[in-house]
Every structure is written in structure tokens, then in C-alpha cells.
Design a protein around this ligand. Structure first.
Ligand code: ATP
Ligand code: MG
Length: 247
């Protein structure tokens, strides 16, 4: 299987904090890869390093065999590599369907994305994706009136609008009740199998990531601690120690 993403020795510092310390890992085309690790181990920072949200201090990020380390977030997104956020970014004052017209990676992070008039094709895609995540009936409601779990599903559908090849999901199930979690896992697997989107998922819920991922990497203190199949990682004493030590 070919490598879609190849992270080579990526280091990212914030002042004296080394958030990513020579991290190397890869994501294969077509798989669901998982990223775990205790709080503050550098997972979100690694996603930001990969998608071009900030410059990295050392190493390289290869995507489809090309070095994208020097590219900005919007250029990387146009190549089909994008992410969702740990703090869900939806626009609560807008109807659900209008959120689907927002193209977040097209503008600088943190600035309200420009509201773009969608063409017919994207109107149809917006409706199809809302159906896919089970929110079609809610399309005219304000996004802020959705439950937390439904907002996560909306964010997932928004991310799929740009037809990503590789989608990075930062804790997609955090704060969602168990019933919706199963629905979300099912949608993630279907997006992978039916829409052909390669996924790289940060997840705290061990049951979820063991069920979802083909391969898992565990970070601790900004470094790769272990990587392998879910069973290998679950049974790795270093991983158990990292989690127990963090409590
Ligand atoms: N913008 C920033 N400025 C300064 N320090 C930061 C910044 N972002 C992250 N850090 C620090 O980098 C380290 C890694 O943080 P990061 O958010 O990547 O961890 P994480 O694994 O995603 O944690 P969590 O599971 O809590 O989401 C932490 O020590 C954090 O305080
Ligand atoms: Mg995080």
C-alpha cells in the first residue's frame, strides 16, 4: 500500500516547550490511522504541523510524495489534505445548510470564512452529505440549536464538502453520548470505504480507536512511543505506563 502521508522527524517548539520532538510516522492510502497519547503529548500540534497551520522547526511532511512543509494551510487544503478541530468550528447563527457552504481552509485560520455562493453541484453535494450524516431533516435549523453530537456530525459533513483525500479528525467523538458515538464511528468507516477518504484520527476513547483504526501511533511527551496494530499498541507496556502515569 502506498504512503499518502509521510511525517519525517517533525519538531515543533513553543518557546521552551517541545510539543513535537522528531516525530516520524506514516499514513497509507485508504486506511484509517489512529493517533493516541495522554493530554499534552502533542497530538493536536502534530495535526497543525501537518496541515500547515504553523511553520515547523525541523523535519519534513511529505504528502503524495511531495514535501509540503513550506506550504500554507490553504494550499495544502486545495491538494485534498484538511482537518477538523478539537473545538468544533461551526457557525451557530447560520442555518445548518449554510454551514455547508463555508470553505474554512480557503481563508486564514481564525477568521470567519468568507461566505461563498454555492453552485448547483455543491448544493446537491451539501444535501447528499447532510443526508449521509443524518442531518438532512435539520438543514433549515440554526446550527447552534443542534445537540453537541449533531454539531460534530455537521463539522464532519462540512469537512467532506471539499472532497478531501486525507482528512485529519481531532477527537471526533469527544463529548458525544454513546448512542451517537456508534453512529459516528459508522459514518467514519463509510466515508473511508464508500467515499474513499483516508482518515487520520486523534481519539481519547480507547474502545472507539481500537474498533476504528487499522494502525495506531501513540505519542508521549511529544515523541512517538509506539506504533502498530490496535492489539499491539493496546498491549504495549510503554503505552499502558504512559496512560497510567498521566492520571
Ligand atoms: N499555541 C501554543 N502555544 C504554546 N504552547 C502550546 C501551544 N499549543 C500547544 N502547546 C503546548 O504543546 C504541548 C502539546 O499540546 P497539544 O495541544 O498538541 O497536546 P494534545 O496531545 O493535543 O493534548 P490534548 O489531548 O489535551 O488535546 C502542550 O504542552 C501544550 O501546552
Ligand atoms: Mg489535542
Amino acid at each position: 500500500m502506498s504512503l499518502l502521508l509521510d511525517v519525517k522527524g517533525v519538531t515543533k517548539r513553543f518557546g521552551g516547550v517541545v510539543a513535537n520532538d522528531a516525530v516520524s510516522l506514516s499514513v497509507r492510502e485508504g486506511e484509517i490511522a489512529g493517533l493516541i497519547g495522554p493530554n499534552g503529548s502533542g497530538k493536536t500540534t502534530l495535526f497543525s504541523s501537518i496541515v500547515g497551520a504553523h511553520p515547523i522547526d525541523a523535519g519534513a511532511v511529505l504528502y503524495e510524495g511531495r514535501d509540503i512543509s513550506a506550504l500554507r494551510i490553504a494550499e495544502i487544503a486545495r491538494r485534498g489534505l484538511t482537518r477538523t478541530y478539537q473545538q468544533t468550528r461551526i457557525y451557530g447563527q447560520m442555518p445548518v445548510i449554510d454551514n455547508m457552504r463555508i470553505s474554512a481552509p480557503d481563508v486564514k485560520e481564525g477568521i470567519l470564512p468568507l461566505f461563498r455562493r454555492a453552485g448547483r453541484a455543491s448544493e446537491a453535494r451539501a444535501r447528499d452529505l447532510l443526508s449521509f450524516v443524518g442531518l438532512y431533516e435539520k438543514r433549515d435549523l440554526l446550527a447552534g440549536s443542534l445537540s453537541f453530537g449533531q454539531q460534530k456530525l455537521l463539522e464532519f459533513a462540512m469537512a467532506l464538502m471539499s472532497e478531501p483525500k486525507l482528512l485529519l479528525l481531532d477527537e471526533p467523538t469527544a463529548g458525544i453520548n454513546p448512542t451517537l458515538i456508534n453512529g459516528l464511528i459508522d459514518r467514519l468507516k463509510r466515508a473511508n470505504k464508500e467515499l474513499g477518504v483516508t482518515l487520520f484520527v486523534i481519539e481519547h476513547n480507547m474502545r472507539v480507536i481500537m474498533n476504528l483504526a487499522d494502525r495506531i501511533t501513540c505519542l508521549a511527551h511529544g515523541q512517538v512511543l509506539a506504533s502498530g496494530t490496535p492489539d499491539e499498541v493496546r498491549e504495549d507496556p510503554r503505552v499502558l505506563d504512559a496512560y497510567l502515569g498521566a492520571q
